[in-house]
Design a binder for this molecule. Structure first.
Ligand code: G6P
Length: 363
């Protein structure tokens, strides 16, 4: 066991630290660096979707929510993102030209597999994004794209989400390119950033872990947390809350920051901290004003942000500048490590949290 953990205390920690390698492997053979193009031969046989229905559970669902922004803004594809257990029991309208994209690390999640079968019965093509080779979803999808993240042992998913985001990003770029929508500035910015991303992640992870450890200790007595973000920061906030619930058993809610005023803000008091994603991107000003509303109610705020951001909160957790949306690949491990360090400090069974299974193969 300990050998396979390569000296790490838990599989979860090892898998978080594998993410630079995971990004590298995801990109390997899938990017033409010369032409600055995403190369996904799996998808080239099918037309660009007229409409995309993303269906998944848990962390994979959060990856889908994240990718929605890229498919819409880069490839102009209308996207809905659905929880598989809801999708399968609704009378979802699927039209010609639609594509269902199921995302599943294990490829065995019962609800996601059921959603796939419903789409196929209706004659709608299914793209499966899976990690486990030869899994049910991988076998039954019309087109299977593998995340190539390697086996994930920890029940709480970490590197799988990173790999899903990397491949989804490439899908967005590939579809945008096929529609002639990728302009030169964006192309240069994204491919330039992607090329540097594995090394940037590798260099930053130890620093991110130190800060996560410090904050986890400081907040170890908190009973509840809000995780807030907007845009791509919203699904990341949901993932941050999910991780904290899963392994530390601390109550956490992931919320769209702009929705706080419609109810949840009533819960804010000095003992209910807020963890915010407030990067220097197009959402910054709006998130900042939402955090001012929280602070006006004596709420304590930790914010993941960038150097020189104009933000006044109790804890500024500064990540290096990184182009949108690649900055998400730094936010993700920060959230994962905050949960990891909280759970470990509280003495929880990090790799085998109570009541949870790695793969939920029954309904
Ligand atoms: C379980 C796991 C989660 C995972 C979810 C979906 O609940 O504990 O970590 O995100 O299933 O799994 P999948 O294999 O379909 O991505």
């Amino acid at each position: 066991q300990s050998a396979r953990k390569d000296g790490y205390k838990h599989f979860m920690l090892k898998e978080i630290f594998e993410q630079p390698r995971v990004v590298k492997d995801c990109l390997a053979g899938r990017v033409d660096w010369q032409k600055q193009e995403a190369v996904l031969p799996e998808l080239s046989a099918m037309p660009v979707p007229k409409r995309l229905h993303i269906v998944a559970c848990g962390t994979s669902f959060n990856a889908g929510m994240w990718a929605q922004h890229l498919f819409e803004s880069w490839a102009h594809i209308p996207v809905s993102v659905e929880i598989a257990s809801e999708f399968r029991y609704r009378d979802v309208i699927l039209n010609e030209g639609d594509v269902v994209l199921v995302i599943s690390q294990s490829g065995e999640t019962a609800d996601t597999l059921a959603a796939l079968r419903i789409a196929k019965e209706q004659g709608v093509p299914v793209v499966g994004l899976c990690n486990v080779i030869g899994s049910s979803i991988a076998r039954e999808s019309d087109v299977t794209v593998y995340t190539q993240a390697g086996p994930e042992i920890s029940v709480a998913s970490t590197k799988a989400m990173c790999s899903q985001m990397a491949v989804l990003l490439l899908m967005g770029l590939a579809w945008a390119d096929r529609k002639g929508l990728l302009d030169d500035v964006l192309r240069r910015e994204i491919f330039g950033g992607l090329r540097k991303l594995p090394d940037l992640l590798e260099a930053e992870l130890p620093r991110i872990r130190e800060e996560a450890k410090r904050l986890a200790r400081e907040y170890s007595t908190a009973q509840s947390f809000f995780f807030l973000g907007r845009g791509v920061g919203y699904p990341l906030a949901m993932e941050g809350a999910l991780k904290l619930k899963e392994i530390s058993y601390i109550h956490a809610e992931g919320y769209a920051a702009g929705e706080m005023k419609h109810g949840p803000i009533a819960l804010i008091d000095p003992k209910f901290p807020t963890f915010a994603i407030a990067l220097n991107d197009k959402f910054f000003a709006k998130v900042k004003s939402n955090l001012e509303e929280v602070q006006a109610r004596a709420g304590d705020v930790i914010a993941l942000t960038n150097p020189n951001s104009d933000l006044s909160v109790k804890h500024k957790w500064v990540l290096p500048d990184c182009v949108y949306p690649l900055s998400s690949f730094l936010v993700l491990p920060a959230l994962q490590l905050f949960s990891y360090e909280s759970a470990d400090y509280l003495g929880k069974d990090v790799d085998q949290p109570r009541n949870l299974a790695k793969s939920v193969t029954v309904e």
